[in-house]
Write a protein that binds this ligand. Structure first.
Ligand code: SF4
Length: 454
């Protein structure tokens, strides 16, 4: 691919934003493998040609076209899209048309750098004249990841509901994997099983999603859980329970975190990672909080038009949050009749913990709100250790580390920070090994939490 220096930024406005997805190939970068594949399958069910790009194979391209100051997930995803396009151009030759694709890169409205990924990646794409017309589709936390404007209005509500359902089911499949893999009868069985289960569930979402056949999807989930349970060897005694928090991409993308969960398992852990739904619920929760505070402010200032506007926002985000939490509870209750996996955290409860401990405030925003409170919740529940995983220089995670380190020392619960970039650092594995030694000791002294059935 040839590239040139660019001298205009107009494409940040014209080529990044909300675009109609019909008749386009929608390209999702892979973050959490199961979740992204179920999401793409859900979109396909609604006649949107969506696919998940191969990941991490283009990391050299990502590093070549960035300066090193960007957040690591920005470099990895940049590599994914450049690698995909390079291969696609080789495959299609003269038939390649950048107009046929929409690369999907959501954003957040601050205060950290996630809002800049798609702008930065736009600038890089624009430096290749043959890629100028490739659009970057973006949803934002600003409007709670609204789907309006990207699909036909009559399917927005259904697509949103099924998409959220796919996020919950993917979280459950992840939890199933982390529950069974440390106790598998033969090495490799759990990984092999989960790939098959993921493909099966993707098929269920593609065929049953558009009909909103949630019962049919749950039936497939039930089959998967029953099959997965058979992999566990009941003679293996319980292992120390480790909770993971941190930056959403790094903790979910196994290539970027150098397969942290498996490394912990190698040293004798059973691991629970923070879920993806927790982040989605947190966004809705924050938008509701914001709407409430703006509503109160405008009542004080007596601005009737704004009062009505924020009242509508309150109604919208309240009903979305209610639906999400109700649905999440329903699916977890169903799964927990079959296997003892942990429940997810409720966002309002996490905020309560922060208030009680007076350590941080939801008003600051970012993932630090979830990580600090999530760590404390793990400690309260009797986990034997907690790991905070994040990209090197990540702002919210560095704040988390600064706030929580002394607290965990005081509580006597093993705690480990694991920052990652593209480098392999030998001391990291030594740190994990030492941390797991402490976690084993913690379990000997205090026992460990059992997840329990519904
Ligand atoms: S959360 Fe961390 S890694 Fe993600 S954009 Fe913000 S600073 Fe970067």
């Amino acid at each position: 691919m040839e590239h040139e220096n660019i001298n205009t930024f107009k494409s940040l406005v014209n080529n990044v934003g909300r675009f109609n997805l019909s008749n386009k190939t929608v390209l999702f970068p892979e973050m959490n493998r199961i979740g992204c594949n179920l999401l793409a399958a859900t979109f396909r069910g609604f006649d949107i040609n969506a696919m998940v790009m191969e990941t991490h194979k283009g990391i050299d391209l990502g590093l070549e076209y960035s300066s090193g100051k960007e957040c690591y997930p920005c470099q990895v995803t940049l590599g994914d899209i450049l690698y995909f396009l390079k291969k696609e151009m080789e495959r299609m030759g003269n038939d390649f048309n950048p107009d046929d694709y929409i690369y999907f890169m959501p954003e957040a409205d601050g205060p950290c750098r996630f809002g800049m990924y798609n702008k930065y990646q736009r600038i890089v794409l624009d430096s290749f004249p043959q890629l100028e017309n490739l659009k970057i589709g973006s949803l934002s936390t600003e409007d709670g990841y609204s789907l309006h404007g990207i699909v036909a209005e009559d399917v927005v509500a259904d697509l949103r509901k099924v998409t959220y359902f796919s996020i919950i089911v993917a979280d459950i499949l992840d939890r199933l994997l982390w529950r069974i893999r440390p106790y598998e009868r033969q090495r490799g069985m759990a990984d092999e099983f989960i790939e098959k289960a993921m493909r099966n569930m993707a098929d269920a979402f593609e065929t049953r999603g558009p009909k909103r056949d949630f019962k049919g999807i749950l039936k497939r989930l039930e089959e998967a859980i029953k099959e997965g349970k058979m992999i566990m060897d009941p003679n293996i005694p319980p292992k120390p329970l480790i909770g993971i928090v941190g930056e959403i991409y790094l903790r979910s993308h196994v290539h970027s975190n150098q397969d942290l969960i498996k490394t912990l398992e190698r040293y004798g852990a059973e691991v629970v990672n923070a879920s993806i739904a927790e982040w989605v619920n947190y966004i809705t929760y924050s938008k509701l909080k914001e709407a409430k505070s703006k509503f109160m402010l405008n009542i004080k200032q007596f601005r009737p038009d704004r009062i009505i506007r924020y009242l509508k926002d309150i109604a919208r985000f309240s009903s979305e949050l209610f639906y999400q939490e109700w649905r999440q509870k329903q699916v977890y209750r169903f799964a927990k009749t079959l296997i003892d996996i942990p429940n997810d955290h409720k966002v309002a409860h996490l905020e309560e913990i922060l208030r009680e401990e007076d350590l941080f405030s939801f008003d600051v925003g970012t993932e630090a709100c979830l990580s600090i409170s999530g760590i404390l919740q793990y400690a309260r529940e009797g986990y034997n250790g907690v790991v905070n995983v994040y990209p090197f220089t990540c702002m919210p995670s560095t704040a988390t580390s600064a706030v929580i380190g002394p607290v965990m020392n005081g509580l006597g619960v093993p705690y480990l920070d694991t920052p990652y970039d593209s480098s392999i650092q030998p001391y990291r594995e030594a740190a994990i090994r030492t941390f797991m030694y402490q976690a084993h000791q913690h379990m000997e002294r205090n026992g460990r939490k059992r997840h329990g059935f519904a």
